[in-house]
Design a protein around this ligand. Structure first.
Ligand code: SAH
Length: 236
């Protein structure tokens, strides 16, 4: 961890190395492509994106950030990898899509623009940082009172170990080996605890389930592996 910054440099380098392949729907990040419509739908169930100001934290190459922009949000994506941000900028530019990208930590952006966003998203990122609690607190500082905050991450269960690591990384090769470490997974109760302590109220928890027979993902009530959470910052 770089002094004072909530980041694992090895994780940033690992994702940076995938930047060239980020937008390949059949490449290493194919599961992010596959689940993106589900994530955008979940967000739209709880937040009005058209005309909103949104920030996507740990945006990578911008798969979700572009989804927010396509749904009508003025979207900013932030990440600590310049390589993934370059891929994100190039892709948005090729589509002539107005999305902004910045290399800044969420903690620093929260100091700079507290309460500036209607919608804050932070997906598949909490399990890659040393201090996820600090990320949740900063996301809370970024959202305006009445605004919505969305997270997704992996649950810490035997089932998530078997499906998200053994099956996804080794048996089915859906994602690259070494993408995830089990001890960084976060139970919904832990995430809700961080969020409650930061001042957020829970709106919804949904699972993202994979059906190997159909090779398809869908939203479900099964929170055991990958799950989405929606929170609201109550009005003051
Ligand atoms: N949220 C995107 C990408 C997930 S991959 C999506 O779901 O489509 C995880 C991303 O988190 C990578 O791009 C990585 O560079 C970024 N990341 C890891 N640690 C970070 C940190 N401390 N601050 C900002 N981004 C971080």
């Amino acid at each position: 961890m770089t002094a004072g910054i909530n980041v694992h440099e090895a994780e940033i380098a690992k994702f940076g190395g995938k930047a060239h392949d980020w937008w390949n729907p059949r490449g290493e990040l194919k599961t992010l492509h596959a689940v993106n419509p589900l994530r955008v739908n979940f967000i739209r169930e709880h937040a009005k994106l058209a005309g909103s100001v949104a920030v996507d934290v740990g945006c990578g190459g911008g798969i979700l950030t572009e989804g927010l922009a396509d749904a009508g949000a003025a979207a900013l994506g932030i990440d600590l990898s310049e390589q993934v941000l370059d891929a994100a900028r190039q892709h948005a530019q090729a589509r002539a899509l107005a999305v902004n990208y910045r290399c800044i930590s969420v903690e620093a952006l929260a100091r700079e623009q507290p309460g500036a966003f209607d919608v804050v998203t932070c997906m598949e990122m909490l399990e890659h940082v040393p201090d996820p609690d600090s990320i949740v607190r900063s996301c809370t500082q970024l959202v305006r009172p009445g605004g919505k905050v969305f997270f997704s991450t992996l649950n810490k269960k035997l089932k998530s170990y078997l499906l998200a690591i053994v099956a996804a990384e080794y048996l089915l090769r859906m994602i690259p080996r070494g993408t995830h470490q089990f001890d960084t997974f976060i139970r919904p109760s832990e995430l809700c605890g961080y969020a409650r302590a930061a001042g957020l109220s829970l709106l919804d928890l949904r699972g993202i389930s994979y059906h190997p027979l159909w090779d398809r993902f869908e939203l479900s009530d099964d929170l055991d592996v990958n799950y989405l959470a929606a929170f609201e910052r109550p009005l003051d």
